[in-house]
Design a protein around this ligand. Structure first.
Ligand code: NIG
Ligand code: FE
Length: 431
């Protein structure tokens, strides 16, 4: 439950306040500058930032004198983290796939043997909504505990009308019932479901003629995604899905180049997708095309980490070419069962050579842009939501440095405390 904060709130004790003010989306050298204010402060009215700057200046504002004070005691403050790629709703873990991979089976071998995505589909179809909801609520509290204040979430473990709609309606309910903002994406084209085995084009007919229009009509999703890869859908099939989605008002996103170069990155540019995600298998030409476009290149290094793979996406080449890079968890039971963006930052820095500053921009303002929410979230600026993540570290670079340990000690969503491990300090003090 969110602890309601007073109407006027003055937040001080921010040893480093990373505002992420600046060009949107961030590209190239601009990714390097998180716009740090030392000994910063935020003045918040009704959940929206009224002023941000050095503490001494903010304290002089007339409203600051009437505000309740929340002193963070010298901690590092970032915009609330934005996770622009998750598969939040699933019924159970796939720990048996994990164990089989450790013993030498590959992700694709396991999928062909009946494990993989289709085993999550069977489990989700059988699961009562109440069980899915209980699991998702617990996960959302964990997202908040790791600093995430907005997340995208996809369907795609239903793959029939009943189970896809069950997922998307549950996401809508969750969005309204708990403090995190959830942005929904329809991923009916995740893989071909068992009842359409060998008839991929018939499944696409069902999606384009029936399910996508219904999802759009009910307002159940903002985005339409497709898994364009070996073992899923080819670029021609993916184009068909994304174009119909767009005609129905759903903006394209795409799973591209995770296992093979299937043309998904170029397709993202061609259809003007908000985001092309994964990108482990792309060419120099793909990199140039992405860099020249408005498509956000969303990297998901939790997958390589969890699968024990070495083919991390070429983050340095993408940044050097000028692509707008984002990082996301891809929280899902098969390839990336982490919901910790700080952990993703650690992997991105150590394995893809992103700098801590680049990684933070890639987990705040750039994913906010890819979700078309950048005027409200992703940076700490006047007029934006007071969504913030507070870390118990001395320097922001220690967030990826202390890998695997959650240093997020306070999370604010529109000025309300939605997670705190600082029980006593988290209450605003009298002015
Ligand atoms: O983004 N690759 C497709 N979708 C997910 C994996 C889903 C699963 O294995 O359950 C991904 O990695
Ligand atoms: Fe995914």
């Amino acid at each position: 439950m969110a602890a309601r904060m007073p109407r006027l709130l003055l937040i001080t004790g921010c040893s480093q306040l990373l505002t992420l003010r600046g060009p949107v989306p961030r590209r190239g050298r601009a990714l390097q500058d998180p716009q740090i204010i030392s000994d910063g402060a935020l003045l918040v009215r009704d959940g929206v930032i009224l002023a941000v700057g050095p503490r001494r200046a903010i304290e002089r504002a007339v409203e600051a004198r009437r505000a309740k004070r929340l002193d963070l005691g010298g901690r590092v403050v970032l915009p609330g983290l934005v996770d622009s790629h998750t598969h939040l709703i699933f019924a159970r873990s796939r720990v048996e796939d994990y164990a089989a991979r450790i013993e030498g089976k590959t992700y694709e071998q396991i999928a062909r043997a009946g494990g993989g995505i289709l085993s999550s589909v069977r489990a989700l179809r059988d699961a009562p909504v109440s069980a899915l909801k209980k699991r998702a609520r617990a996960d959302l509290a964990r997202f908040a505990a790791h600093g995430t204040t907005t997340l995208e979430a996809k369907s795609g473990y239903g793959l029939d009308a009943l189970a896809e709609l069950k997922t998307l309606r549950l996401l809508r309910e969750l969005h309204h019932e708990q403090p995190l903002d959830i942005v929904s994406t329809f991923l009916g084209a995740h893989v071909v479901p068992p009842e359409f085995r060998g008839r991929a084009n018939d499944y696409l007919d069902f999606l384009t003629r029936l399910l996508i229009p219904q999802v759009a009509l009910e307002g159940l999703a903002e985005y339409c995604d497709v898994y364009c890869d070996r073992g899923a859908f080819n670029a021609r099939q993916a184009r068909r899905i994304l174009n119909v989605g767009r005609e129905c008002g759903l903006t394209p996103r795409i799973h591209a180049g995770q296992l093979s170069r299937a043309g998904g990155a170029r397709l993202a540019v061609e259809v003007g997708a908000a985001s092309a995600d994964h990108l482990e298998h792309i060419t120099r030409g793909d990199i140039r095309a992405l860099a020249k476009s408005g498509v956000v290149a969303t990297l998901l290094p939790g997958c390589e980490f969890h699968l024990g793979a070495r083919d991390y996406a070429p983050a340095r080449a993408l940044i050097a070419a000028g692509a707008a890079v984002a990082l996301a968890t891809d929280y899902n039971p098969g390839t990336s069962p982490t919901l910790s963006l700080p952990m993703i930052l650690s992997i991105a820095c150590a394995q893809m050579r992103m700098t801590p500053a680049e990684a933070i921009a890639a987990a705040t303002i750039n994913p906010a842009y890819s979700l078309r929410r950048h005027t409200r979230i992703g940076s700490l600026e006047v007029g934006k939501y007071a969504d913030a993540a507070v870390f118990d570290v001395a320097d922001y670079r220690e967030i990826p440095y202390y890998f695997g340990v959650n240093r997020c000690c306070l999370t604010l969503k529109q000025g309300n405390v939605i997670h705190s491990s600082l029980a006593a300090d988290a209450e605003p003090l009298a002015p």
